[in-house]
Design a protein around this ligand. Structure first.
Ligand code: ZNH
Length: 141
């Protein structure tokens, strides 16, 4: 679990991220689909061209869920319980894609908040996103 210092880094940086969450979410997905095209196979029903309305709507939902996890940083698994069921039982996303998405979110954060993303902050976000991904894949069998 996260140390107190790591929680402080995540929650305080979230304060900056939240005001541009839609942009960050959209860019994260654009990077995901550009760098890891196999992730596109889960979205055959979406227009995945950069900046499409569906991409933006989905990016905004994904970041909102990350925001819920930040708000409940001490109990991420309760906060994301419903989403965990959706990903495990309905969507059946190969867990490797969560690593790709987490990586793309980190790169996006680094590019928008270069001064904030110190080595320490990078490590804290990496750990936090591993926890979030763990929750979303923990119900898989
Ligand atoms: Zn997911 C959906 C979140 C990852 C795929 N997602 C979703 C949603 C959300 C999310 C919020 C919405 C839900 C409702 O509507 O109810 N995700 C999320 C997060 C993460 C994720 C937070 C991490 C961190 N996903 C993911 C991945 C993938 C996915 C990796 C693959 C690649 N999702 C998905 C899909 C969907 C979702 C496919 C569905 C969409 C539609 O709409 O159809």
């Amino acid at each position: 679990s996260l140390t107190k210092a790591e929680r402080t880094i995540i929650t305080s940086m979230w304060g900056k991220i939240s005001s541009q969450a839609d942009t960050i979410g959209t860019e994260t997905l654009e990077r995901l689909f550009a760098s890891y095209p196999q992730a596109k196979t889960y979205f055959p029903h979406f227009d995945l061209n950069p900046g499409s309305a569906q991409l933006r709507a989905h990016g905004s939902k994904v970041l909102a869920a990350v925001g819920e996890a930040v708000k409940s940083i001490d109990n991420v698994s309760a906060a994301l319980a419903k989403l965990s069921e959706l990903h495990a039982y309905v969507l059946r996303v190969d867990p490797v894609n969560f690593k790709f998405l987490s990586h793309c979110l980190l790169v996006t954060l680094a590019s928008h908040f270069p001064a904030d993303l110190t080595a320490e902050a990078h490590a804290a976000w990496d750990k936090f996103l591993t926890i979030v991904s763990g929750v979303l894949t923990e119900k898989y069998r």
